[in-house]
Structure formats: C-alpha cells, structure tokens
Design a protein. Structure first.
Length: 91
C-alpha cells in the first residue's frame, strides 16, 4: 500500500491569500463609509456624533444618501433605522 504524502504548504498559502482578500474588502468598505460619511456630516453641528452614527448605519446598510441632509429615499435601510426612542438613527 502506497503512502500519500500531504504537504500543508499549499493549504497555508491558499488560506493566507483568501484572508488577505477579505481584509482588503473590509478596508475598502471602511474607506467607502468614511468618504461618504465625511460628505454627509460636513455641515453637521456635532460632527463627531454624526460621523459615529453615519458610520454605523453605512456599515449595516452599505449605502449613505447623497448630500449633507435629506435624500434618504436613496437608501431605505439607512432611512428606516430607528434608535431606542423610535427616532431616526442615521443622520
């Protein structure tokens, strides 16, 4: 009976490659949200709060309405998110 030798190197290299693709996608998504939220919150009175909640909404919804206010119909997920008091969560 022949013994088949198994090398872990190809498996490890494949895992490293796949992991790097996932990290690139996560970073790209973060850059997308950072850019969109910077525009969305550029005129906000409380920019730190606006950027925080816009970032949360963007990560969950994968979209941010255009402009600095309004236009929420462009992104129904973003529009429909509510805080614990029933008010709009996303700026």
């Amino acid at each position: 009976m022949k013994t088949i030798k198994f090398s872990a190197a190809p498996l490890v290299l494949t895992l490293i490659f796949v992991t790097s693709l996932m990290v690139d996608t996560i970073v790209a998504g973060s850059e997308f949200c950072d850019t969109k939220c910077s525009v969305r919150c550029s005129k906000a009175g409380r920019q730190d709060r606006c950027l925080k909640y816009c970032g949360i909404c963007c990560e969950e919804c994968q979209c941010v309405p255009s402009g600095t206010s309004g236009n929420k119909d462009e992104c129904p997920c973003y529009r429909d998110k509510k805080n614990s008091k029933g008010k709009p969560k996303c700026p």
